[in-house]
Design a protein around this ligand. Sequence first.
Ligand code: C5P
Length: 235
Amino acid sequence: MEKKELLYEGKAKKVYTTENPDVLIVDYKDDATAFNGVKKGTIVGKGVVNNRMTNHIFKMLEEKGIPTHFIEELSDRETAVKKVEIVPLEVIVRNVAAGSFSKKLGIEEGFRLLSPTLEFSYKNDELGDPMINDYYAVAIGAATREEIDKITELVFKINEILVDYFKSIKVDLIDFKVEFGRYKGQIILADEISPDTCRFWDSETHEKLDKDRFRRDLGHVEEAYEEIYRRIGLA
Ligand code: C5P
């Protein structure tokens, strides 16, 4: 399979068309941004970690009944995926208070939530991805009620699978963001699951093993990505 035209270049990935209209190739970069692109940098090797980790997790989720866009890993940085129409929502699940949740509600980072939470942001760079609720999403045509219900069912199932999996490698899954796409009438998991899009804390030391190290200038950014990669068994 070969890349044809560059369809889209995002902050962390390039997406190419292929000879098959139903298939795209995603090419993961080392570029890192935070705060809606205000902070920019490079995390050496990140593209490889995010590509291979996403594929590893998507394969695991497929085995447990979650439909995903994954087709085939083509190289360390490139993967063939089903061409979906992205639902313009960032779907965020939280198990432990951190980040914007802690800031907004004045709840200390690390507080274990009494039940997992779900929130939606409307994907729009100009607006800074504002948080919306399910009624807004339906009202503005971002998704239908049926799609929201399916996404909700899938994302809580994904959370359960991931919490158990990360526990087994001594990592607490604090929160994560995923995106879904429409493919042949079905809602499937798209985009990525990586240290860019999840908060991972070491279960014992609570050391941060994710992009917060870059966002907050905590140092040892590459090492954190490498450590997650190693624990997953990919290094
Ligand atoms: O910043 P906040 O606390 O809302 O982030 C929640 C989760 O969503 C974090 O795991 C973060 O990495 C992820 N996220 C993301 N892309 C965004 C915003 C948040 O992957 N644009």
